[in-house]
Ligand binder design. Structure first.
Ligand code: ADP
Ligand code: MG
Length: 237
C-alpha cells in the first residue's frame, strides 16, 4: 500500500484543464517537491488533494483509502494538513488564539487545543510571540504562524504552498530548517516552491508540471537539468 497516491487526476475549470491526467506517489517520510511555471496547476493540485475542489476525473488514495469525494474537514481529520499561498490568519486574534482555533477544530476540547497550540508554537519558535496580534507580525512570522496552524491539526501529510515567497534569504534559511524539523518529527511533506535553492536543499524527489501535466519526476538534480523543465521555465531560446 502506498502512503499517498494520485491516480490520473484531472480538473477542468470550464474549458480549461488546470490539472490533466496527473499521476504521482509520495512515500511516507519524504519531502516531495512540486514545481512548475506560474499557472501550471500546483495550487489546484493541493485544492484537489484536500477536497476543496471536486475532481473532474481520477482518484486520490491516502493510506490505502480513497479520499476524493470526502469533505475537507474529514480529509483534515484523516491527517492531511495544508498552508495557503496567500496567508490568511485571523488578524484580530493573537498568535496563540489563531493556533488554538486550528487545534480546536481538530480536538474539540479547548484545554487540549490550547496545550497543543503552545507546543506547536514552541516547535515553530514562535512561543515568545504568542500574545502578539496576528496582524502585527512580520511576513516571515506570518508564514511561520501559517505552518504552526497547519501543524496544530496533527497532520501525517502536510501540503506547503509557497511558504518562502517574500522572505529574506535569512528567513528562507530558517524556513528550510523548520520544514526539515517538521519532517524529522514524522510528517511527510509535499512542497510547492519557486525558490529553486530551497527546493534543491529540501526535497528527496521533485515533480515538475506544466499546463497541468507531468514534465519530469525524479531526484532534484535530474529534474533541474531536464531539458523540458528548463524550457518550461526559460522558454526554448
Ligand atoms: N477557481 C478557479 N476557476 C477558474 N480557473 C482557475 C481556478 N483556480 C485556478 N484556475 C486556473 O487554473 C490554472 C492553474 O492555476 P493554479 O493551480 O493556481 O496554478 P499555480 O499554483 O501553479 O500557479 C490557471 O490557469 C488558473 O487561472
Ligand atoms: Mg499557486
Amino acid at each position: 500500500m502506498s502512503f499517498f497516491e494520485a491516480i490520473d487526476i484531472t480538473k477542468h475549470f470550464g474549458g480549461l484543464a488546470a490539472v490533466n491526467d496527473l499521476g504521482f506517489e509520495v512515500r511516507q517520510g519524504e519531502i516531495f517537491g512540486l514545481i512548475g511555471p506560474n499557472g501550471s496547476g500546483k495550487t489546484t493540485v493541493f485544492n484537489l488533494i484536500n477536497g476543496y475542489y471536486p475532481l473532474t476525473g481520477g482518484n486520490i488514495l491516502f493510506e490505502g483509502r480513497q479520499i476524493n469525494g470526502l469533505p475537507t474537514w474529514k480529509i483534515c481529520k484523516l491527517g492531511i494538513g495544508r498552508t495557503f499561498q496567500v496567508v490568511k490568519p485571523l488578524r484580530r486574534m493573537t498568535v496563540l488564539e489563531n493556533v488554538t482555533a486550528s487545534a480546536f477544530n481538530h480536538t474539540g476540547d479547548l484545554k487540549v487545543a490550547k496545550a497543543k497550540a503552545e507546543e506547536v508554537l514552541d516547535f515553530c519558535r514562535l512561543g515568545h510571540k504568542k500574545d502578539f496580534l496576528a496582524s502585527g507580525l512580520t511576513i516571515g512570522d506570518r508564514k511561520r504562524l501559517e505552518i504552526a496552524r497547519s501543524l496544530a491539526t496533527s497532520p501525517k501529510l502536510l501540503l506547503l504552498d509557497e511558504t518562502m515567497a517574500g522572505l529574506t534569504p535569512q528567513e528562507q534559511g530558517e524556513g528550510v530548517e523548520l520544514i526539515r524539523k517538521v519532517r524529522d518529527s514524522g510528517v511527510t511533506i509535499i512542497i510547492v516552491e519557486h525558490i529553486m535553492r530551497v527546493i534543491m536543499n529540501l526535497c528527496d524527489r521533485i515533480m515538475c508540471i506544466s499546463y497541468g501535466m507531468k514534465l519530469a519526476e525524479g531526484l532534484p538534480e535530474e529534474v533541474a537539468n531536464n531539458q523540458d523543465v528548463v524550457e518550461a521555465y526559460l522558454g526554448k531560446e
